[in-house]
Structures are given as C-alpha cells and as structure tokens.
Design a binder for this molecule. Structure first.
Ligand code: ADP
Ligand code: MG
Length: 615
C-alpha cells in the first residue's frame, strides 16, 4: 500500500482556515477595519453593496504597503505584527495571526491598491480564490484600498447559507459600530448601496457614542473612570432607567478590542442589581486597559474571546467601578417600566370624589344553591393559565357583547353609546368598575370577572394590526407637524426593514438622510406623548420579538406596535370606554391571552368568594 497522507495545497488550506475566520460579510468587514486601524489610519471609509454579498470595500489613509508586502499579505501566517512566540504576550495590535487576508482572498475576488507615504507609485493586485490574477504599478493616494467582491463565489454552500440582506446588513452595522465606538479619534464614513448611512467625524469618546446612537444618549451616559496598577477602566454606563429588555448596548473592550465575556458582563450587571428590573439589561460602553501579558487573546480565531490571568480581580474592580459611578451620580432606583406599572392614584385632582359604593344585585340570594349551575366555571379559577374559552365566550353572551367584525376595528376610545341595537342596550346595563387604573371588574354569572386593561387593549390592537397588514389596507392616521428623529444606525436599518408595514398601521415616516427619519403621522391616542421615544420603543420591541421570540416579521411588527400603542396602566377610563374595550376584547379571536402569552382575563368564582367569608 502506498503512503496516502499529503500536505494540502495552500489554496485549500486557506479555504479551510477561511471557514473559521470569515463566516459572513460582517466578519470580512471586521478584519478589514482592524487592519486599517493597525495601519494607523485616521480616516476610514467602508463601502458596502448588497449587504456585502457583492462588495465590501475599505479605504484607509494608513501606512500602506510596499510592493513586496502587498503580495505577501495574502499568504497564510504572513503578518508584520509579531515575529516571535514571545510577542504573543505583548500584543497591542488588533491583528497578529496573519490569516485574515489569506482567508478572504481564498473565498472571494480581491482588488488591493496600496501606497506608502513617500513612494512614487502605488501597487495594484487582483487575486481570486487565492490565485494571483494581476499585479502592477498604479496611481493611488497614500494608504490602502481593499475591495472584496462576490464573497464565497467559489464556495456555493457558504453563499447559500448567508442570511437575508437585512440580517447580513444588520451584522455589518453591528461590527462597524463595535469598532467605531472604541476608536473616536478615527473619522469613519459608511456607505450602503451608494447611500451614506453614517458620517462620523473625529471626536471624543462621549461624542462618538452620541454620533452613533443619537443625541438622546447625552443624558443617558454616566462616566466611569478608575485606575489601578493592574487595570484601567474608563467609559460610560447608561442610567438604570434606560436599561432595556433586549441585549443591545453592551460594549466591553480590552485594549481597544471588543470582547464577549459572560463573567465580566455579570460583574457589570450585578452592580446594577436592584436598580433595574431583573429581566432588563443595563447599557454600557466600557474600555479596559490591561498589560497584554495579563491576558490571552489567542484562544479563538475571531479574537473576540479573551482569557484573563486574574479574572476574579478584574471582576471585582469592574463591579466596584460601576457601583461607584452609580453612587457618585446619585442614581436612585426607579421602576418606571411599561409592564411593571407604578401605582398611579386613580383619582385625578380635578375629579369629583364620589363615596365608593357597591352595587348589589337585589335579587341575589347567597343562600340559594347556585353552585350547581356553576360547577363548570370553578375550573376556570382553579387552573391558572388555562382558561377555557368556550366558558368565557359563554359569559360574553350574558354581557350582551356583540361579536360582529366591525367591533374589532372600532377605535377603542370611541364611545359606543350612539348605537341602540338590542345587544348594546343589554350591554350598557353592565356594571364596570375600574381598579387602580389597571383592572376592570365586572360581574358575570359565575362570579367577578377581572380584565387587565393594558393587555386587553394590546390584544385588540394586535388583531386589528394583523388584519391590516394582511389586507394591505391603510389605517387612518393623524397628521402631525413633521418630527425629525435621529436613530442609531442599527435602529435605522431595522426601521427601514419595517417601514412599509408601519405605514399600513398609521405610522408614516420617511428616510431623512444620515440615519434620521421624518415622522408625518402616528396612530391616534398614543400613550407616549414623545414621538421619538414611541418610535424607538416600537423598534426595540420589534427587535426583541423577532430575535427573542423568533416571530415572523409581520407578527413582530403587529406585536411591537400593539404593545407600544396600547393604553397604559394608570389611564382612567370612562364607563363607555370600559364598555367599548370589553366589547372589542370579546370580539377578538383570542380574547384570553395577550399576543405574548399573558393572561388577560381572570374570574373570581362565586364559590371562591363565598369561601373567603366562611368562618
Ligand atoms: P494580521 O492583521 O493578523 O497581521 P492580515 O492577514 O489581516 O493579518 O494582514 C496581513 C498583513 O498585511 C498585516 O500584518 C499588515 O502588515 C498588512 N496589511 C493588511 N491590511 C493593511 C492595511 N490596510 N494597511 C497596511 N497594511 C496592511
Ligand atoms: Mg488583520
């Protein structure tokens, strides 16, 4: 038998390595931007076409390369950044493995133009699937321009597994953002399909964050600054009231490198303990400086994972620094969260105070044996989370609630008193009591029905929105004085993704350039008076629903809009508003549960109430 083991040709080895380093357009973006930073550029342009599938180009004004280096840089393990194994413990540059360009060139068509300061001519190179196609002198400004075309053109399996343009674009923006945040001294501009999405001038750290995420961040950021022999910590945390339920603005860096580190993330989160709800995540932009010999960045090809020699000490220092900042800026707990409402007094000052009374049913005889006919209903209360809908629907009949389709599209706050159908009349005699701006109580045959007003409205709007999105009809909308709203680039891209759908739901907004939108109409009766916060909330919710709950786009849009447009807890409702709300709730297909699965209706059975008065 002959020997069978052979060394792989470089082109194959490079393609295998590319599998680890270059997984998607965003990974190539990261590597190219890092190279430009390592080349000490202070002006970097990123140009993207078709979510990076057609073109990723990075143009920098850094140190450039000689003719020989320009050819060498595409070889595997070719790097100018380290020379000996010992250098691995003193890494200051972002790159050091010398495999990014080799990997990129193995799976795409690359055009490189580069010129050093003082050289008279630039070098131009074209390389496709690791194969050199052209090399020669060219004219170009100082610095380097690398164009990566048709990524994975020769690896169809990879290309097929790329996500939709929106998802890949989102990933690119995220990689870009991670880098731009920590390099405020470098000017960046970002182009998507020939449109400039972002222009970041040179700035300080705070200004850079504001330029990326919008002016609103100016008030949100609290500085963190602490130095010890072992570790320097600087940057910002976001005030606790801006903590979100989606992971978003969590940016942690070591020596200028973005890292993922669950343990250190926990250190930061634990400093916020009791200042934010347990399911919310604080925002932060924190930069750690540590002696390179105290960390190991060479544990993963993408270099986003880092081992700390003394991670417990880093944990303690980081937690302490964040706590001190929170203390210094006198940040006290706030619980102003949408779904965890504060207890708002339910009598406005202007309102006449009536002596509370209980309406009683004079015909009701507590001693009559009524439990028999209600046996079926007991199960409703005894099994939390599983309401039997046939039973609930049975109550709707006694409420005299109409179930016509028209009810579902009637605006919630429109009183229904005008109508005089037999059923309406019956319904109007129904008693409703609002409790603490949160619950609506109404008696039904088997006991006392309690409805969560916010969740009920959410369900109503959700079904209405799903219908509108399905039919392509446009909802009527209120025209308002146009409001210009700068969004973070991520939120802007998400907004672009769902803009058409929002239009159908009465939210009219257009691209106003530089990741800003101009809003011309919003749905009626917004619970949030500030249009900007409203829009940001809708986008955040949409991201959360589509990412965490993995809903499809349409459901995500309907859910996000419903949850941010629904009337809030604390809103005092008039009797006819309660009537309309309950009537529209029961006209829904699924009146019992909110779109995200929370219970809307609960019944205290007569049995249960009687039980409470037993000796
Ligand atoms: P690494 O960054 O790990 O060294 P790369 O494959 O990314 O490996 O790059 C190889 C080499 O090419 C770098 O070490 C650097 O010398 C050179 N290089 C790459 N990009 C640039 C650039 N934009 N400007 C100047 N030199 C560059
Ligand atoms: Mg590199």
């Amino acid at each position: 038998m002959p020997d069978i083991i052979k060394l792989l040709p470089d082109s194959v080895a490079n393609q295998i390595a590319a599998g680890e380093v270059i997984q998607r357009p965003a990974s190539a973006v990261k590597e190219l931007l890092e190279n430009a930073i390592d080349a000490h550029a202070d002006d970097i342009r990123l140009i993207i076409k078709d979510a990076g599938k057609t073109l990723i180009q990075v143009v920098d004004n850094g140190c450039g390369m000689s003719e020989t280096d320009a050819r060498m840089c595409f070889e595997r393990h070719a790097t100018s950044k380290i020379k000996t194994a010992n250098d691995l413990f003193h890494i200051r540059s972002l790159g050091f493995r010398g495999e990014a360009l080799a990997s990129i060139a193995a799976v795409s068509q690359v055009e490189l133009k580069t010129k050093r300061d003082g050289d008279s001519l630039a070098t131009s190179i074209i390389i496709e699937g690791s194969e050199l196609k052209e090399q020669g002198p060219a004219s170009a400004p100082e610095g380097t321009s690398i164009s990566v075309k048709n990524l994975f053109f020769n690896v169809p399996a990879r290309r097929k597994f790329l996500k939709s343009d929106t998802v890949e674009t989102r990933n690119i923006i995220e990689e870009f953002t991670k880098i731009a945040i920590v390099t405020p001294r470098i000017a960046f501009s970002l182009f998507f399909n020939n449109k400039q999405l972002l222009n970041l001038p040179k700035a300080n750290a705070r200004q850079r964050i504001i330029n990326i995420f919008g002016n609103a961040y100016n008030q949100r950021l609290v500085p963190v600054e602490q130095k010890s022999d072992m570790l320097g910590i600087s940057g910002f945390i976001c005030k606790p009231e801006f903590a979100r339920k989606t992971r978003g603005e969590q940016y942690l860096y070591v020596n200028g490198r973005f890292i993922r580190h669950a343990y250190l993330h926990h250190a930061i989160e634990s400093a916020f303990h009791e200042l934010i709800p347990s399911d919310a995540v604080p925002g932060y932009f924190l930069y750690l400086e540590i002696d390179p010999k105290d960390i190991d960045v060479n544990i993963h090809p993408t270099k986003t994972e880092v081992n700390f020699l003394n991670s417990q000490a880093v944990y303690a220092l980081l937690r302490n620094a964040v706590k001190q900042s929170l203390g210094r800026f006198n940040i006290t707990p706030t619980l102003d969260f949408d779904d965890k409402p504060i207890d708002i007094p339910y009598f406005p000052k202007s309102k006449e105070i009536n002596i509370p009374g209980i309406r009683i049913n004079p015909g009701y005889n507590p001693f009559s044996d009524s439990s028999e006919k209600n046996t079926g209903d007991e199960s409703l209360a005894n099994r939390p989370g599983s309401i039997e809908w046939e039973q609930i629907m049975h109550h709707t009949e006694e409420l005299g609630i109409t179930q016509s389709g028209d009810e579902a599209t009637k605006p919630f706050l429109q009183p229904s008193g005008e109508e005089t159908s037999g059923q309406e009349k019956n319904f109007e005699s129904q008693n409703f009591i609002q409790f603490r701006g949160r619950y609506i109580f109404t008696p039904v045959k088997s006991g006392m029905m309690v409805i969560d007003q916010h969740l009920a409205h959410k369900r109503i709007l959700f079904e209405k929105y799903m219908e509108l999105l399905g039919s392509g009809r446009q909802s009527s909308q209120q025209e308002l004085f146009p409001v210009v709203i700068p969004l973070s680039p991520q939120n802007f891209m998400t907004f672009e993704e769902i803009r058409e759908d929002l239009l159908h739901l009465g939210l009219t907004a257009e691209d106003f350039g530089n990741h800003t939108v101009i809003v011309k109409g919003t749905p009626d009766n917004l619970p949030e008076p500030d249009v900007r916060t409203y829009i940001e909330n809708v986008i955040e919710q949409y991201k959360q629903f589509t990412v965490d709950l993995k809903t499809d786009k349409r459901t995500g849009v309907a859910m996000a809009m419903a949850s941010k447009t629904a009337t809030r807890y604390g809103k005092v409702l008039k009797k006819e508003e309660m009537q309309s709300l309950v009537s529209r709730l029961f006209a829904c297909n699924v009146p019992g549960t909110s779109p995200s699965g929370r219970r809307i209706i609960s019944i205290f059975t007569e049995e249960e109430l009687t039980q409470r008065f037993k000796a």
